[in-house]
Design a protein around this ligand. Structure first.
Ligand SMILES: [Fe+2]
Length: 301
């Protein structure tokens, strides 16, 4: 397989395969490897979703697009983005070669780094996403990181993850009940992250808007999430969120609303209190399953 021919297309990039084989998780963005087709895919994704953003994205996201100079013309360079982002929130997008185990991911957030996929989906299958790509990570997540309060939410969430790891410390390789509690903690945190950072809605002056990046990077689901009568939309409730399973292979039937990012921040505080109190040790079973690499990452923290 030629590197040039495959460019940096998701699941087909020789550069990424090599980095993974070499055990390199954190990498540079090899910008010259993007093929013309990769660049065309970015323009196409951007052009078709822009009118939906104007209608359904929250105000901070739209502001973020502007201040980061995110444009349709070309796949963004992470170095450029980081230059604009640094003075706003101290966050930076950090290129990774693939899946980042849960604790490492959350701990990066605590340190104001966002593990960022640099490949882009196949131009022949714009709506099919086998895994995150740069459009989801940079166009979906990063504009939100320009907001001070929202970025503090991510840092605070990373602190909660660290607390969960510390709480589990000393039981590594130890008794099964403690490991089961940690698995429940991870499940609860994953659910909270899913229903907020990935699929959250916010109440604004002119109605509900999306702030979750899973919505903001999906042409079809963004509109569906806010207009379909079939979607259940409720004010966020911790007791519901941490016990609610979710499935990733279809549009979300249930979404939760925050009143502001300060409100969201207060919910992360609450998540930590619940963790300390042991309320997250026995959450409802079901998705997401906690994979061994995620569990290991917490035990090794
Ligand atoms: Fe995401």
């Amino acid at each position: 397989m030629s590197t040039v021919a495959s460019g940096l297309t998701t699941t087909k990039a020789a550069f990424i395969e090599q980095a993974q084989q070499d055990g390199q998780l954190y990498i540079d963005q090899p910008y010259d490897l993007y093929s013309d087709e990769n660049q065309e895919t970015w323009r196409c994704l951007y052009d078709r979703i822009l009118p939906k953003w104007e209608q359904f994205a929250n105000a901070r996201f739209m502001h973020g697009l502007e201040v980061l100079h995110l444009k349709r013309d070309a796949i963004p360079k992470l170095d450029d983005i980081n230059r604009f982002l640094a003075p706003l929130s101290g966050f930076k997008a950090k290129a990774v070669s693939g899946y980042v185990p849960a604790f490492l991911f959350f701990d990066c957030l605590r340190q104001r780094s966002f593990p960022t996929t640099i490949t882009i989906r196949d131009g022949q299958a714009l709506d099919y996403l086998p895994e995150p790509d740069i459009f989801h990570d940079v166009a979906g997540h990063v504009p939100m990181h320009t907001d001070r309060v929202f970025s503090d939410v991510l840092v605070r969430f990373g602190e909660v993850a660290r607390f969960a790891a510390e709480r589990a410390a000393g039981v590594a390789g130890g008794d099964a009940e403690h490991i089961r509690c940690l698995e429940n903690n991870i499940k609860a945190m994953a659910r909270f992250f899913w229903f907020t950072v990935e699929f959250g809605l916010i109440r604004e002056k002119d109605g509900l808007k999306a702030y979750g990046s899973g919505l903001l990077s999906s042409l079809g689901e963004l509109e569906h999430s806010l207009t379909s009568p079939a979607v259940q939309r409720y004010p966020i409730q911790m007791e519901w969120v941490v016990n609610q399973y979710f499935e990733i292979d279809h549009y979300q039937p249930l979404l939760f609303i925050v009143d502001s990012f300060d409100h969201l921040f207060s919910q992360v505080d609450k998540l930590e209190t619940w963790l300390k109190d042991g309320k997250l040790d026995h959450v409802s079973p079901g998705e997401p399953a906690v994979n061994p690499a995620d569990l290991e990452s917490f035990l090794e923290a």
